[in-house]
Design a protein around this ligand. Sequence first.
Ligand code: HEC
Length: 463
Amino acid sequence: MSKLKKIGHWLDDRTGFSDTILPLLKHPVPPDAKWSYVFGSATLFCFLLQVLTGIGLALLYQPSSETAYQSLQFITHKAVMGNVLRGIHYFGASGMILMAGVHMVRVYLTASYKYPREMSWISGVFLLLFTITMGFTGQLLRWDSNGVWSSIVAAEQLGRVPFIGTTLARLLIGGDTLGAQSLSRFFAYHVFIFPGLIFLFVGFHLQQVIRNGISEPPKPGRLVDPKTYRQWYSNMLEKVGRPFWPDAAWRDALFGSLVILVIVALAVIFGPPELTKPPDPSIIYTTPTPDWYLLSIFALFALMPPSIESYVIFIGPVLAIGALIALPLLSNKGERSPRRRPWSVVVVICVVVFMISLLIAGFQAPWSPEFKPRPLAAAMQVPEQPVLKKGMVLFSDKGCLYCHRMHGVGGIKGPDLSTIGRNWTAEQLRIQIVNGSEGMPAYGGMLTNDELHALVVFLDARQ
Ligand code: HEC
């Protein structure tokens, strides 16, 4: 026996590779599962690409509000291949979401979620949610005005959920306002928590594939019957099954590599998205645009009449996620072919058209005008005293309301000022407004003495 073979035998004996892993690779699959079955593995390819490039970025990225923006500038413009690395991570995210979407549509159209693969579908729903969350949290890490303002808007949307909204928003951004602590928190979400969850669920998702086998392509008239399906499936595999490796796996490998090639090519040709300006507290009329896969969600909320927004923000996602999870539980047998389930095709077309129109709406009319807070006068009793009234109007007109909450309206970038008069003296208020501070523009040159006086009196009266 040659030396090499000996080493091979030794390794195999100790690790048990040919006993445990090899049978998994060689497990039989239905023979006619062809090209439409490659999107799931392509999603996994994209995920692994994200992990690799993410590790590369994390070696240089500094998750602190002081240095995050500069460190990304360094990665983009100075680091060797840094530009391409960021580009791959960016287009990889888009690729992953796109592939996951197509995979889900394929599974839905061929009703592969039916018996016995219900848990594959349900774990897939969670994987989709985690993936979207990765996109959202990653965007804040750019720590440019786009990323920061998008997160502020999202936190505000969350804050409108009845009863628990404030708690949820606090949990999301790690406090009452979006600041340095939010960046640490999002970094932990993006680098530890959600990738960990994705690994866990991918493991489970794959274990399910091994346990139940991939679904055979549907044939009109061949019904799924939970009583007989497993028996039928294993008989079918015994007769016509092919080993996964290499008979089916080469398609996955080829398509996955192609997807990665396209991502790398896009990264080399177009590069990563330009970083917009660092978040500047004095620019309060920016129109942030989140990345495309989040844009349709944002656009949906922006186009909704504000009166129903609070309910839809709360009920909409609960209903949508609930419906997705319930799908395989409510309909787990019977016809699988899309030809006998024409409404499934209609559903897919409607959802795709809906998403694309929202996307177009999101690109054309930035949703941020809707982000304008309700006027303060709608939330509180208008004071009689002229100077107080003037202060109230100025509080809206000068943009304070964009960052500060008062009596339930306004932004969350700065602290809630509904009861500021309790702990702050008039003199302190004057100094804060004139000089501003780290997160707040200095209004010294922008206000007349009268206006300043009115604002201070107005705030001082917030008891
Ligand atoms: C761009 C956002 C922004 C705008 C606009 C803004 N502020 Fe602020 N403000 C902040 C932030 C952030 C803080 C918290 C202090 C800090 O951490 O720098 C703050 C703090 C304050 C405080 C002290 C409250 C405390 O508990 O710390 C007062 C008072 C205040 N702002 C009043 C105003 C008034 C009046 C206006 C309008 C003329 C205004 N702010 C406009 C962001 C803003």
